[in-house]
Write a protein that binds this ligand. Structure first.
Ligand SMILES: NC(=O)C1=CN([C@@H]2O[C@H](COP(=O)(O)OP(=O)(O)OC[C@H]3O[C@@H](n4cnc5c(N)ncnc54)[C@H](O)[C@@H]3O)[C@@H](O)[C@H]2O)[C@@H](O)CC1
Ligand SMILES: [K+]
Length: 524
């Protein structure tokens, strides 16, 4: 059972859901002004920790017409009382009543109001309270020029709730948006925080939990939220740990990985290394016979199955009975020369992971009709280009695309990107991986993920948990996808922190998988 503090970081809400949750809290008797006071006190505390008065005494506070502006005014008052030299700029005349009252009180306290932000070149910090989740149209005219001026200042900007101009749900820039150094997201993570268009504006995000009651959150989002952030707690719970004390190699999964060609031998090696790092009991790597001996010294623990090959060095056929494997992964470096490979694995009665050329082969037929015929789970790991080839008619943001593709094909869809989305067809749930690193944006990272996910898939299929997504139970195949996406991203961050963003080669990535996991498990 997760505690409240573990639940809150999982939620991802739209503006409408946030309004409904707050509406319930206000209807139950919480005064709007009391909540504003509470929330803004927490924001001011965060700001004074990040930007102490000794280092950032001169603060400009930008105030909009709604309650985001009201929050900013309370923060201005708090910082003023702590000795910051605060100036307020309220560019619009009209304001909601509570915001207007807060402005009047700030004036009464003698906090200076300035007519424009032109004088703010002397500021050490700007606080952005122009718009929050109430932004309803693009920022234009004099407000757009004001945002442009703020973005030209050298000092950092702290945005309250969202950088003004960012759409709460899609993360799109509405005309123009403030580029924050930090954003304090209030109460619950908004969807924008996992949307690629917003990433360049959010800076370092932090959640400011002000104690929204779980009962009200659940009343709006449901008992098990359909859309979730993939948190450490949830991902770790999906790993095949602890191992049974009586485990032996045939009881902890046998993966058949079909990968590589004479042209792309490295993809086979990297995906096999990812599978080895997953801890899978047995790994059989099917590769063209001519590259078998070259790979052997690098994979001493794996069974290397040399396959007959085409003249160009692609696997021509799979000589074996496929029934003895717990999972099959097909794709990295295969080429699309031999479509029958896909046909034979689709017919297998075990979980199947398709990546890279496995997906390209699938795109050559009707993917939805083909996948719907499978009885065992299928996991697809496309990047956006592969996704487009597979599901050209499916539009939306990455989360919506993954969900729609999963629903249509009945496959678990892992749509890779800066914030990888994982959609499960049986439960109709979506997870978004919130933390990753651009260090993984290089050839080979995806191959490591394929092996890792395949290895976890083989292990999870032997777990005793049921293969259905009732209430909070996550099916084995979905669990493997969640664990693998999180593990790969976190290992990438771990390797990046110890080297640089340019130094996370695929070798470093698979070498970081186990040390990262060891360190996080030790701290749990
Ligand atoms: N009610 C409360 O006490 C709480 C308020 N919070 C704060 O309240 C914010 C939401 O407040 P609001 O609903 O008032 O919304 P906003 O403060 O985001 O602003 C809405 C106002 O801006 C106007 N507007 C929208 N788009 C515009 C545009 N492009 N150009 C000019 N005007 C535009 C609207 O007509 C409306 O008057 C949150 O983001 C958060 O900062 C909560 O987070 C915490 C509790
Ligand atoms: K804001």
């Amino acid at each position: 059972m997760l505690h409240r503090t573990q639940h809150i970081p999982r939620f991802l809400v739209t503006a409408e859901q946030m309004q409904q949750i707050e509406g319930r809290v206000f209807a139950a008797g919480m005064p709007v002004s009391a909540l504003m006071e509470k929330v803004s006190g927490l924001i001011a505390r965060q700001i004074s920790e990040h930007y102490p008065v000794s280092q950032a005494a001169r603060v400009g506070v930008l105030v909009g017409p709604g309650h985001n502006g009201g929050d900013a005014l309370v923060v201005a008052r708090e910082l003023h009382s702590q000795g910051y030299q605060v100036q307020i700029c309220q560019p619009l005349d009209k304001a909601k009543q509570l915001t207007a009252d807060q402005a009047r009180y700030a004036q009464h306290l003698g906090i200076p109001f300035v007519p424009s932000v032109a004088e703010w070149r002397d500021r050490d910090l700007i606080i952005d309270g122009l718009f929050g989740f109430g932004l309803e149209r693009p920022i234009e005219g004099k407000l757009a020029s004001l945002v442009k001026q703020i973005n030209r200042l050298a000092c950092p900007v702290y945005s309250i709730d969202l950088p003004s101009g960012i759409h709460t749900d899609s993360g799109q820039v509405m005309g123009i948006a403030i580029r924050a150094e930090r954003t304090g997201c209030l109460g619950l993570w908004k969807r924008a925080f996992v949307q690629a268009p917003a990433l360049a504006y959010l800076g370092q995000p932090e959640l400011i939990d002000f104690g929204l009651p779980l009962a009200d959150i659940r009343a709006v989002l449901g008992e098990t939220p359909t859309v979730q952030r993939l948190t450490d707690e949830v991902a770790i719970a999906q790993l095949p740990l602890p191992r049974s004390a009586t485990a032996h190699k045939y009881k902890v999964g046998h993966l058949l990985l079909i990968a590589g060609s004479r042209q792309y031998a490295g993809a086979a090696l990297l995906s096999a290394k990812g599978a080895v790092a997953s801890g899978v009991g047995m790994l059989t790597l099917a590769i063209p016979e001519t590259i078998r001996l070259a790979l052997l010294p690098s994979l001493p623990g794996a069974l290397l199955l040399g396959c007959p090959e085409t003249e160009a060095g692609a696997i021509a056929n799979l000589p074996e009975d496929l029934s003895k494997y717990d999972a099959i992964a097909l794709g990295p470096g295969l080429t699309t020369a031999v479509p029958t490979l896909l046909k034979s694995v689709l017919a297998a009665d075990c979980p199947l992971l398709l990546d890279a050329d496995g997906l390209n082969l699938l795109a050559q037929q009707d993917p939805v009709a083909t996948l719907q015929q499978r009885t065992a789970p299928t996991v697809l790991t496309p990047h956006p280009g592969e996704f487009k080839r597979l599901f050209p008619a499916i539009k939306g943001d990455p989360g919506e695309q993954a969900q729609r593709a999963a629903e249509a094909s009945q496959a678990i869809v892992v749509l890779k990107g800066a914030k990888t989305a994982i959609a499960c067809p049986t439960s109709q749930r979506l997870w978004v991986n919130p933390e990753s690193t651009p260090a993984l944006a290089r050839g080979g990272s995806g191959d490591v993920l394929t092996g890792l996910l395949g290895g976890l898939l083989a292990q999870k299929m032997l777990d005793s948990k049921p293969d259905s997504d009732s209430s909070d139970v996550i099916s084995a195949a979905t669990a493997a996808a969640l664990a693998a996406v999180w593990w790969q991203a976190q290992a990438g961050r771990y390797a990046s922190d110890r080297n640089s963003e340019l130094g996370v080669s695929p070798d470093r990535l698979f070498q970081a998988l186990d040390p990262f996991l060891g360190s996080i498990l030790a701290s749990c």
